[in-house]
Design a protein around this ligand. Structure first.
Ligand code: UT7
Length: 325
């Protein structure tokens, strides 16, 4: 009997501070930066985002999401033998967020490491965990996406600072006789690193260069609509399914226009697309597990549903996964 991996439980966690578009616009106006609720909603679909306070980190958010996912799976921390955290805003240069979360949970002994593939990070982490489980190296994996992008936003750059928010999501992926994850695909094109990056580096105890997020939004937009459709079709073909088999598309929540455009090209109706970008903004690697958990807890996604996950992010990196929930 072949070995598969499937999602046993989901969890998420958001910081309490909610900042609506109007409040953000007011804050930016104090520094002479002009934006509006109307522009943000029309161009992105975002209405609000959560921002962590100064003392809350991505490990804090990730730990809460992980505990909720474990509860939902009915597992204890000591049952976990692999922790992967997807993040571009870790607490420390090292050790990894995954190791720090492992320490908090008291889940010692298993492997723990971070994956840095920016907004595609959760798909990367899920795919790696699936490989570990199917090969027999791990039995129960915690796959976490946790971000505090507010820390790397330049609040004088209106083209980026209105887009992102903080949050975390997690799934427990466990070994199973039945799939589970049906197909996954990961891709990258490092020649496009410059269109979405946070180029600062640490040297001699200080940040060299800028540690603010930089994005050429239009260039990323063009790439996104191209690669997301292609990678979605790749996983559907690999699993011998079609878009008609997809009950729910759970895309990276960056921009409602990209999400719905991709769905339309795939022939997936908008009502079948999980949409949380209005409430969360773009939470990078956390966005898919956050959207997934939100839909699961709302009773929208049910056991047996076929889900199509897809994301693109800095790198560029992109990927998709098709799974039976
Ligand atoms: O998560 C990783 C992947 N990231 C993405 O998928 C993001 C991809 N890109 C996007 O979602 C979109 O390109 C944005 C939402 C970032 C921008 O939307 P757009 O429709 O591509 O707008 P634009 O960059 O073409 O800007 C249109 C206008 C410009 O003014 P002019 O040149 O037409 O006078 C901008 O200066 O909107 C202006 N603008 C703003 N106006 C008010 C840019 N940002 C703002 C703002 N408020 N916050």
């Amino acid at each position: 009997m072949s070995r598969h991996s499937r999602i046993l439980g989901t969890g998420s966690f958001l910081p309490v501070d909610v900042v609506g578009n109007a409040a953000l616009a007011e804050r930016l106006a104090r520094d002479g930066i002009e934006t509006s609720d109307a522009w943000i909603v029309e161009r992105t679909g975002i209405r609000q985002r959560h921002f962590a306070d100064a003392s809350t980190t991505s490990v804090d958010l990730g730990e809460h999401a992980a505990r909720r996912a474990l509860d939902a799976a009915g597992l204890r921390p000591e049952d976990v033998d692999l922790i992967i955290c997807a993040t571009s805003t870790p607490d420390m240069i090292f050790p990894s967020n995954a190791a720090l979360i492992q320490g908090r949970l008291g889940a010692k002994g298993g492997a723990a490491f971070d994956i840095q593939a920016v907004c595609a990070g959760f798909i990367y982490a899920l795919t790696v965990a699936d490989q570990f489980i199917r090969s027999g190296v791990a039995r129960n994996a915690l796959v976490i996406g946790a971000e505090v992008f507010s820390r790397i936003l330049d609040f004088t750059d209106r083209t980026t600072c209105v887009l992102f928010g903080d949050g975390a999501g997690a799934v427990v992926l466990g070994a199973s006789d039945t799939p589970g994850i049906l197909a996954a695909a990961l891709h990258g094109d490092g020649s496009q690193a410059g269109i979405l990056c946070t180029p600062g580096r640490i040297s001699a105890g200080a940040v060299q260069g800028t540690a603010f997020l930089h994005m050429d939004g239009q260039a990323v937009f063009k790439q996104a609509v191209h690669v997301l459709e292609r990678v979605a079709r790749e996983v559907l073909d690999a699993a011998g399914r079609t878009s008609a088999d997809v009950d729910w598309m759970v895309p990276h929540q960056a921009n409602i226009r990209i999400m719905l455009h991709t769905a339309k090209k795939l022939g997936i109706p908008a009502q079948r697309v999980v949409q949380t970008v209005a409430d969360h903004g773009n939470t990078s690697a956390a966005s898919i597990p956050l959207a997934l958990d939100t839909a699961v807890r709302a009773g929208t996604i049910r056991h047996g549903d076929t889900l199509l996950l897809e994301a693109v992010g800095g790198g560029l990196t992109w990927g998709a996964a098709l799974l039976d929930y």
